[in-house]
Design a protein around this ligand. Sequence first.
Ligand SMILES: Cc1cc2nc3c(=O)[nH]c(=O)nc-3n(C[C@H](O)[C@H](O)[C@H](O)COP(=O)(O)OP(=O)(O)OC[C@H]3O[C@@H](n4cnc5c(N)ncnc54)[C@H](O)[C@@H]3O)c2cc1C
Length: 292
Amino acid sequence: MIDIFETVCYKTDEPLKKHTTMRVGGKAKYVFFPKNFDELKAVIDYCKDNNERYIVIGNGSNIIFTDAGYDGIVIKIYNLMSDISVEGDLLAAQAGSILSKLANVAKDNELTGMEFAAGIPGTLGGAVVMNAGAYGGEMKDIIEYVDILLKDGTIKRFSNNEMNFGYRKSIIDSDMIVLSAGIRLSKGVKSDIEARMFELKEKRTSKQPLDYPSSGSTFKRPEGHFAAKLIEDAGLKGYRVGGAMVSPKHSGFVINYDNATAEDVLKLIDDVRDTVNDKFGVLLEPEVKIIR
Ligand SMILES: Cc1cc2nc3c(=O)[nH]c(=O)nc-3n(C[C@H](O)[C@H](O)[C@H](O)COP(=O)(O)OP(=O)(O)OC[C@H]3O[C@@H](n4cnc5c(N)ncnc54)[C@H](O)[C@@H]3O)c2cc1C
């Protein structure tokens, strides 16, 4: 049996702003960094045995913790659990693999289909949970299977169909942990793949406020509308609460402009939602996950 405090890397009283791309949030009692399945399982078993609340995160690029922090154990699956292998046109990877790395591996193996994901700053695990997508592609289009650790401790392979992918959602709930996934791509031409990745990168850099911390698009796309357009039309471009701001470059992004607290960001999100609802009768739903 693994003694997690002896074997697994962890930090105590760790500021969660270090582990989210919005760079806000209080502290967690512990953040664990398992480097393989056995360590991950041992941390989860510890949490269950000791009635500790826990959450698994990837790169924290779609999460906001409040200033109160997280009263439990944060398990970060990133980098240390990121093996990637390629067999024909199937890419098999562990949940902690960063999407840009996966897209580059695909490109180097002349496999097309992952170009859309190259600029999404998350892990494979987070992207599967969120059914992340961009520029006409989404994980749903390329995932063949997902290996998931279930609440009862068993591992089950889910097919694409069984994942119930929808717009920025999947079947995964807080009791299911993505361990790895298979991505089915198709044979392509390396220079074309490279050119497409470059084109999408240029689009991102020209349109998105990548020089400030953020969680990407703050709100989901409401049916029949674009969140950024509604926010801009409501006169909220550049609107500030404390250090948080609606990006003047892209109204769909809330940015941490100047040492924002989570409270600033959450108040800004509420204000935007209320103003847009009052003006246009459209209720914006956050895409970013707020952990309380
Ligand atoms: C600048 C910027 C641009 C972005 N652009 C896009 C975009 O174009 N398209 C898009 O879809 N998103 C975009 N995002 C949002 C974000 O990158 C994606 O949602 C990404 O898929 C989240 O991955 P992550 O590893 O950071 O997940 P996290 O933020 O760490 O977690 C997201 C959710 O998944 C859960 N989770 C994470 N890993 C696991 C796991 N292994 N098992 C079980 N649950 C897990 C977490 O508990 C949480 O509920 C952007 C974000 C930023 C900051």
